[in-house]
Ligand binder design. Sequence first.
Ligand SMILES: *[C@@H]1O[C@H](CO)[C@@H](O)[C@H](O)[C@H]1NC(C)=O
Ligand SMILES: *[C@@H]1O[C@H](CO)[C@@H](O)[C@H](O)[C@H]1NC(C)=O
Ligand SMILES: *[C@@H]1O[C@H](CO)[C@@H](O)[C@H](O)[C@H]1NC(C)=O
Ligand SMILES: *[C@@H]1O[C@H](CO)[C@@H](O)[C@H](O)[C@H]1NC(C)=O
Ligand SMILES: *[C@@H]1O[C@H](CO)[C@@H](O)[C@H](O)[C@H]1NC(C)=O
Ligand SMILES: *[C@@H]1O[C@H](CO)[C@@H](O)[C@H](O)[C@H]1NC(C)=O
Length: 643
Amino acid sequence: MFYHKKKALLALAVYALLSCGIPFATIASPFPVSQSQINIEALPSPSPEPVYVIELPLPPVAPSDDVDACTKRINPRGTGCIGKTAELRNGNFLPDNKHIVATVTFAGAPAAPDPASIYTGEQLIVIKTDGRTFANGDPWKCITCGIPEANRNGTTSLLEYPQAFKDGRRVLAGNNIVDCGAVLSSPACRPEKARIYPTYWPTTADGSGPGGTIRENRIHPDNMHMGFSSFTTTGGVMGQYAYFGRLVFNPSPTSGTPRVPRYELQNVTRLYDPSALQPFSVYGDELRINNEAISVGELRGFSGSGDELTYVGSNWESSNIDLFAADLTTGHVRRITQHPGYADPIDISADDKWSVILDTRSTNRTMFMAGLRHIPPLTDLVSSTAAASIRNNGQRRFFQPWLLDRAGDRGAYFGQQLNAAGDGSPGSVNDPQWNSQADPRWSWDRTKIAFYQTLTAPPQCGGVNPLPCPVSTADGGRTYRIMLATLTSRIPIKPRTVKTVSDLVPWGVPYVPGQTTPTRWYPPAGMYKVYGKVSGHAAVTLVENSAGNGLEAVAVRYEDYSDHVGVVIHGSENVTAVSDSLTLERVAWYSNLTSSGDQTGSKVTSDGGFHLLIDMMDTEFVANGTLTTTIDGEIYAQPENYT
Ligand SMILES: *[C@@H]1O[C@H](CO)[C@@H](O)[C@H](O)[C@H]1NC(C)=O
Ligand SMILES: *[C@@H]1O[C@H](CO)[C@@H](O)[C@H](O)[C@H]1NC(C)=O
Ligand SMILES: *[C@@H]1O[C@H](CO)[C@@H](O)[C@H](O)[C@H]1NC(C)=O
Ligand SMILES: *[C@@H]1O[C@H](CO)[C@@H](O)[C@H](O)[C@H]1NC(C)=O
Ligand SMILES: *[C@@H]1O[C@H](CO)[C@@H](O)[C@H](O)[C@H]1NC(C)=O
Ligand SMILES: *[C@@H]1O[C@H](CO)[C@@H](O)[C@H](O)[C@H]1NC(C)=O
């Protein structure tokens, strides 16, 4: 369990590493940015919509994980119980828009041969979202409980990111594909007929070995392709690349393990090209920031039409972690979020017109570091991992779901929080102690959104932590819940058919099994000038680390610098980041910046600077000194240590 938590945290953190080295290449992009780009900032923003949020039913809760804890009194139908604090995930909708898939952790089952003994451990279920029940009276149905070992040979954890295919019969769950042979919600889908197949990514020239370690899997809407990510650990620093490939069923593989019927990833493209335009480039003593560069840190999914992929990318503004989309064919990049809050989970509706994101923007969590807008992402060459890692306090997330229209954040439009209405009381839909977690999912008719939440738990509350622990008001005292938001004024639409896209992503690099992974380029140490897009300039000093495999410090002095009409940045800032381990960073930060014009504000550190020790997996905030952002008189301070 702990392992999965770590994985989930990492899923959200690692995009930042890309900034540790952005490949050196000053060649012009093969995809020039269209001159006719519409002025997104000027688009009118949509009116807030009525939203109705409910909690979806789940199996009853066992008081403990002990054998037989799930008694007949708790579940008279003998269809299992879930653990009180055990993990679950919501998945997407079946094509009928009346069911979602989900993974849950069953607990307290009786021992075999009791028929209820199959309701144990991580399993895939479907949940009715229309208030109805299956024939046995349960509003859920377990799909994988009781699948014989021989029919799930070589498979692994089902927990992460369950995603049903449009055939309604198959579901990607973790690194596996569950195939029930019939629509999951139908009586014909039974465990005796279901199979689970592993996925396999060949990464050796001769096809031997266990294949590559993949994560953050997302099915492309053509249902033929899949996007995924994979970690790298070069030079003692963690990084990751995203990939895109075709899923091909191989009933009888002759190489590699597990040598069982499996789905193989073929014709894989690495979504990073060292020879393409990079987020930074060097021209003599000038350092340029290239917003049109494609900088896929972690792939987050695809648009509804499948034309674009979404990702957490290189920042356009300092410390401000955002979501981007890149066209799979042309490589055209657009920025979806701008708010200084941290966002990474996203789902785009089938008609491409809406996004739902999870973002910290309702809490001001990241404002002390990212609040001052339109500072170029220069210290980010060393500080972006820290800027990403402050978003959580361990398992306590500060995410809530937000609705954005297609063009995303712009001007004064920052979307609509879906679960904003409520009295904030314990267990209410807007109880801030229920934190949302990845991924939210649209119904195909784009009238509903499913998302899940967890309740703040020790050590993020209680004991020495100043935050008292909330008491769960959920059924059985469980600390997970799945929510359903309905946009009640919407008329359901039929999703259009999605055409199968090419295996080739022209701006990526075909992956050849066995080839070595490139390292990301970063600008060489030295002194540079950066010119503001509107006016002024910045003098930048980049310092290499002692190992000679990355940058360690960035010092910047801004002189009437402006990237945005009406906002002028002045002052100096420097950040040094040293890796204590693959994931632990020690950051020394000095800021003395002012912003004038439309946004009057400052970003300043206390005497002696702001010193942060942060592990990108643990995301526990421990600092000495302060970093404070003030905007138009509003003061944003950092969180207290350990909160
Ligand atoms: C699983 O597959 C392996 C490799 O083909 C085989 O040796 C083993 O017997 C299979 N196990 C089951 C339970 O089918
Ligand atoms: C895709 O992979 C298959 C099998 O490895 C190969 O035969 C085919 O040529 C590849 N297609 C492309 C477009 O590379
Ligand atoms: C966030 O800051 C704004 C001021 O910009 C304030 O109105 C709001 O109450 C703050 N939210 C929280 C949760 O502190
Ligand atoms: C960063 O700023 C602090 C405070 O002004 C200063 O002591 C330190 O030398 C600076 N570091 C670099 C690398 O410029
Ligand atoms: C911050 O910058 C201002 C001028 O912009 C300067 O007067 C002040 O001394 C600086 N503070 C520190 C601590 O360097
Ligand atoms: C904070 O200061 C203490 C005492 O000097 C030191 O032991 C600790 O490492 C510092 N923590 C950070 C994050 O710099």
